[in-house]
Design a protein around this ligand. Structure first.
Ligand code: FIX
Ligand code: ZN
Length: 417
């Protein structure tokens, strides 16, 4: 083939350049377009009060209890995080190093100067900030996390503001599946004739709620974070709502259902979002769903490292299952490398290696910079092994493969319906 790559140094340069220059589709984030106003978190204070860094600071903080630390005003808490993790200690953790990567690549003159970081972003409008970050991160589009039961967010959707095409929605339905007794009255207040004890008539009303919000949001997928105890088949409220309302609506609207499995909510409640833990899940539930509902498309990311290998085996068996990202406690280079390697070894390019899970706009820069480094390294290794055996990748093949991994395969999977 033309442009065959035979030399390993050339291979490294071609792969690294292609991974860097290929815009990423970030299939799971918690950031918002600027239309959502204060829901879009951005800037150094938000970066420093990220729940990962709150938890890391809490570990070594002498002068405050967890609750007192978490109750501090944001600016004061951010300064304490900076002092604790960036001055008194070196930011060697992934979340700490991420702040430095983001500040450096977003143009902060001295990444040791917190005042300079604050000054760099002062006066930047949300729209300018979004453009700056998406360009610096080379992210072409993101999928948000959208909760119609969040009053602040619901108000924005109901106002029908202009949409930013770079920000696609994801209809998040955790409360409906994992806390129906609390969700039922909230749906009822919104005009859906549902009841806590789930009589037959409630399922069409839950389906109507999902259809109404899917029509409003035009989501890429429906999603839920599920506990390690998630089990299927199951006659629980979760099992019944999933099979009798959620999956039928997903089929009807040609939308995947994304399962994010393994969170043990609030094992350290004082830390808020930073207080969530991890538990090994029973992925037989995923096997059951993929086999029993072949007309449904499923997206999956799992939180326990111990679940990653079985998830890859399941994806190899079921073409209606697509794996995405190295989620949360897995989003550390040592584990991202392990997971990406085993996925390529069993799935080739039919998966999505990474999502950022960014909660703060500026995190896109570091989460993608750090991920690209690992993805490129694993690809160089795998192509090199092919070169050893006389199979020489063409540059256009490398371009094609990287485009699949950076979002192309995700789009192909969604278009299957
Ligand atoms: O459920 C989720 O979407 C999780 O990603 C979040 O709850 C979590 O706090 C997070 O942002 C992890 O990175
Ligand atoms: Zn998330």
């Amino acid at each position: 083939m033309a442009n065959e790559v035979r030399d390993r140094e050339v291979l490294r340069a071609v792969v690294q350049a292609q991974v860097e220059r290929t815009p990423a589709l970030d299939v799971h984030t918690h950031i918002y377009s600027s239309a959502f106003g204060p829901l879009l978190l951005r800037g150094p204070e938000e970066l420093l009060t990220y729940h990962y860094l709150q938890a890391e600071t809490n570990r070594v903080l002498a002068e405050h209890s967890p609750a007192a630390f978490m109750a501090l005003p944001k600016a004061e808490q951010a300064r304490l995080v900076w002092r604790t993790l960036f001055v008194e200690r070196s930011p060697l953790s992934e979340a700490g190093r991420g702040v430095i990567t983001a500040l450096h690549r977003l143009g902060v003159a001295s990444v040791r100067d917190y005042a300079a970081a604050l000054a760099r972003f002062a006066g930047l409008s949300a729209g300018e900030h979004v453009d700056l970050v998406l360009r610096a991160a080379n992210v072409g589009g993101v999928v948000m996390t959208n909760d119609p039961l969040n009053p602040a967010e619901r108000a924005v959707w109901e106002q029908g503001g202009a949409r930013d095409a770079r920000f696609r929605a994801a209809l998040r339905i955790d409360p409906i599946l994992v806390d129906w007794p609390a969700a039922a009255p909230r749906l009822f207040e919104l005009g859906y004739a549902v009841e806590r004890d789930l009589p037959e008539a409630s399922y069409p009303e839950i389906a109507r709620f999902l259809r109404d919000w899917a029509a409003r949001m035009q989501p890429a997928y429906l999603a839920a974070s599920l506990p390690p105890t998630f089990a299927m088949p199951s006659d629980t409220a979760c099992g019944r709502i999933l099979t009798r309302a959620v999956l039928p609506v997903c089929r009807e609207l040609a939308l995947p259902f994304a399962m994010m499995i393994g969170v043990k909510k609030r094992i350290m409640p004082e830390l808020g979002d930073g207080g969530d833990g991890v538990g090994r899940a029973d992925l037989d539930a995923v096997e059951h769903l993929c086999r029993s509902y072949p007309a449904n498309l499923f997206l999956l990311t799992v939180l326990a490292r111990e679940n990653q290998h079985q998830a890859v085996v399941l994806a190899r068996k079921f073409k209606n299952l697509h794996l995405f990202g190295c989620w949360w406690f897995n989003n550390n280079p040592s584990i991202v490398e392990e997971i990406t390697r085993e996925r390529i070894e069993m799935l080739g390019t039919s998966f999505t290696p990474q999502h950022s899970d960014a909660r703060v706009l500026d995190q896109l820069v570091y989460k993608w910079a750090h991920a690209r480094r690992v993805i490129a390294a694993v690809l160089v290794e795998k192509y090199s092994l092919l070169i050893d055996e006389g199979w020489y990748p063409a540059e256009e093949e490398i371009t094609r493969d990287v485009a699949l991994l950076m979002g192309g395969e995700f789009e192909r999977f969604l278009a299957q319906h």
